[in-house]
Design a protein around this ligand. Structure first.
Ligand code: F3S
Length: 421
């Protein structure tokens, strides 16, 4: 893999230990993936977490880092600047309403410290898994290094950007170095369809798009699905499709002919490739997918969760339309998750007040998955959860053994008001 003089200087430690460690790993990664060289990026999307976790992301990796190790790392990172537009994924908690989430002071302090470092480095403090909606919107052909499985898939498939599905670490290294290894989605020949998904039923509502995504991910794995007969999705539908494909699957690009910028037709989506396999998504397949994500459809519900990926302003407006004038049942929590930028707009529009007056919560900056899995803070009971988000339906079941109702937002809000179904 070719290196220029600046790369060599960084590898020799000429720009400090953090960049040396970052480039060492990025070089190994590129070599392993068959890249011939590094290419410049203009956009990165990664995560920025409490500093002890950040320090652990850079080699040499140690099982235990001392307070001195973390402090040394923090001081050095504070002196760095990202050379490209860099946004960050949801973190652990809501930075304004952290106590309402049950977070403790120690975790809050660690998040605020990291937030200060991130801002100092020039990172946009977006804390959202939907950067493509407002803060970091790549255009067709733009070279990116994005982590966050649904965001990367959305950027490639809906916007025509070019990014491999980076880990949080490799995207972070790229953010600080301004480069990424040239392989995979950066090369034209790797962006053609491999599998055909023939859609032969009505796709109606967010959870149907999630079910289609889940079905597709199960079938194509690492392949590139091309959807036949699929109508043009809204942003909200497309983000649900993107997140759910990569619950069972691991793909970086899908084509919807006529929607995906480089796939104007079915033929253009496949290019020289013949589909390796065709899978039909019909009513029977849809119901079978719902059955996989639903467990014990009747009974009391502890938590109704909406906003994975983070809810758009329009989705929040819809929640309010369904909720206004009603009250969330005692013993049931209603959480809607979004970015702080969207929450600010929602509060300005009066939506935040409607949700809170109904007994629900509009949380920002965080992610239910991060919050539950990595920081075992106080939280609502999870015995039974209702959600319109396929990823959460799968994750809370797998991680906590929850019984899940998976269905559209209208049913979810009815469940929140009735306390169950
Ligand atoms: Fe976003 Fe967290 Fe869901 S990062 S996609 S809200 S699991």
């Amino acid at each position: 893999m070719q290196l220029d003089d600046e790369h060599k200087r960084i590898l020799d430690g000429g720009r400090g230990k953090i960049l040396q460690a970052a480039l060492t790993d990025l070089f190994k990664y590129g070599k392993a993936m068959g890249a011939d060289r590094f290419i410049p990026i203009t956009s990165a999307h990664t995560s920025f977490m409490p500093m002890a976790r950040m320090a652990a992301c850079f080699p040499p990796r140690r099982v235990r880092l001392t307070r001195e190790d973390v402090d040394r790392f923090t001081r050095e990172m504070a002196g760095l600047r990202v050379p490209v537009k860099t946004s960050i994924n949801p973190g652990v908690l809501d930075m304004e309403k952290w106590q309402r989430m049950g977070a403790d002071q120690e975790t809050y302090d660690a998040v605020i410290e990291a937030d200060g470092i991130a801002r100092g480095c020039g990172i946009l403090p977006t804390y959202s898994c939907t950067p493509y909606i407002s803060e970091n919107i790549p255009i067709q052909g733009e070279t990116c290094a994005w982590a966050e499985t649904s965001a990367c898939l959305y950027a490639n498939s809906m916007l025509g950007a070019r990014s491999n599905r980076e880990s949080f670490e490799t995207a972070l290294y790229s953010a600080f170095l301004g480069i990424t290894p040239n392989f995979g989605m950066h090369l034209d020949e790797n962006r053609k369809g491999t599998h055909l998904i023939d859609v032969r039923c009505e796709i109606d509502g967010i959870s149907d798009w999630g079910a289609l995504g889940f079905f597709t991910g199960e079938k194509v794995g690492l392949g590139i699905p091309v959807f036949n007969r699929l109508r043009r999705p809204t942003v909200e539908e497309a983000k649900q499709l993107a997140i759910c494909i990569n619950v069972p699957g691991s793909t970086t690009l899908f084509h919807i002919p006529g929607v995906t910028p480089e796939a104007t037709t079915l033929e253009a989506a496949f290019g020289e490739n013949a589909p390796r396999e065709t899978f039909v998504f019909d009513e029977e397949a849809k119901q079978a997918t719902y059955a996989k994500l639903n467990h014990e459809p009747e009974g009391k519900v502890d938590l109704v969760f909406l906003g994975c990926p983070h809810a758009t302003l329009y989705e929040i407006k819809e929640v309010c339309r369904l909720l206004e004038g009603r009250r969330v049942a005692r013993g049931t929590a209603l959480w809607v998750m979004t970015s702080h930028a969207t929450r600010a707009a929602a509060c300005r529009a009066g939506y935040g007040r409607i949700i809170e007056e109904s007994g629900g919560e509009l949380f920002a900056d965080g992610c239910l998955g991060m919050y539950y899995l990595y920081y075992p803070l106080e939280r609502p009971a999870l015995g039974r959860v209702a959600t319109n988000a396929g990823k959460q339906a799968f994750t809370v079941r797998r991680s906590f053994g929850s019984n899940v109702f998976f269905g559209d937002e209208k049913r979810c809000i009815d469940i929140a008001v009735q306390g169950g179904n």
